[in-house]
Design a protein around this ligand. Structure first.
Ligand SMILES: [Zn+2]
Length: 276
């Protein structure tokens, strides 16, 4: 007769906790719904950060300060966010030198900074499809299509592959619309947008559709033919188009905006470069 008492299934003292947990879960759910609704209405994430606390080492910071122009133009608040994101990126990705190349701190910092610059307007900035960054000294032989490449994104190997010589050139000359780093990271971002359903990927797909629609308009086609603004490689396929578009967006935003205001505007929304 004591048995029922011992195995008493009902524990009234637990009830408030149980309600609490259900309520908390429901609030999270509501918040997620609101967050997604906001991103789809305003074409940008509701917020991009929870906490910002990670800092680069002093020597990494010096490289960033002296060699990465984008960083020097950021506000104090955005600099902190940028640094935090870089620390996270470096800790998650494995940098590997190929054909005897030794990865230097400069390589790590500049490649990471390029990745974080392209994804800076996003909430999800870490490129989940990339685990490895492979760096060759110069052009390398690619088994993907038996040819020499300056860079590639290989989703099967989860690897972003770069020729350091070409990466450096792309980034030192910052107004010739060639930027290998931006180009390859854009490939990874676009592929992510096709396999993921988070709010940044949804925003990407939406603006990508807007961009494609623009390209079917006769006046845009005429303008493309007349100005030859984008290099012809952009028209290889839709992936190359987006990668080249991103290079132009960062390297000659003024001309881009003047010649193709709508395309520019959609690219801006896609990357969310609407900082205060
Ligand atoms: Zn490409």
């Amino acid at each position: 007769m004591y048995l029922t008492l011992i195995s008493e299934p009902y524990a009234p003292w637990l009830a408030p906790y149980a309600y609490g947990i259900v309520l908390l879960g429901f609030s999270f759910f509501l918040f997620r719904v609101f967050e997604n609704w906001y991103a789809s209405i305003y074409d940008r994430p509701l917020y991009r950060h929870y906490f910002v606390y990670k800092k680069l080492t002093a020597s990494q910071e010096v490289i960033l300060q002296n060699q990465f122009v984008f960083y020097s133009k950021l506000s104090k608040k955005h600099k902190k966010q940028f640094e935090h994101r870089m620390v996270k990126f470096i800790s998650e990705k494995k940098f590997i030198g190929r054909t005897d190349l030794v990865i230097t701190e400069q390589m790590e910092v500049l490649i990471t900074a390029t990745a974080c610059m392209l994804s800076f307007g996003r909430k999800n900035y870490l490129y989940p499809l990339i685990d490895f960054i492979l760096v060759y000294p110069s052009e390398f032989y690619s088994t993907v299509n038996q040819n020499f490449h300056k860079g590639e994104f290989n989703p099967k190997e989860r690897a972003l592959v770069l020729s350091w010589k070409d990466f450096e050139e792309g980034f030192q000359i910052n107004n010739d619309n060639f930027n290998l780093g931006i180009h390859e990271f854009m490939h990874a971002m676009q592929l992510e947008s096709m396999s993921s359903r988070d709010l940044d990927s949804i925003r990407f797909s939406k603006q990508f559709q807007n961009i494609l629609k623009q390209l079917t308009k006769q006046e845009v086609k005429d303008q493309l033919d007349k100005t030859k603004f984008f290099r012809s490689y952009a028209f290889t396929n839709q992936y190359e188009f987006m990668a080249v578009l991103a290079e132009y967006f960062f390297e000659s935003p003024k001309d881009f905006e003047a010649i193709f205001p709508k395309l520019y505007n959609y690219t801006k929304k896609l990357l969310n470069f609407n900082f205060e």
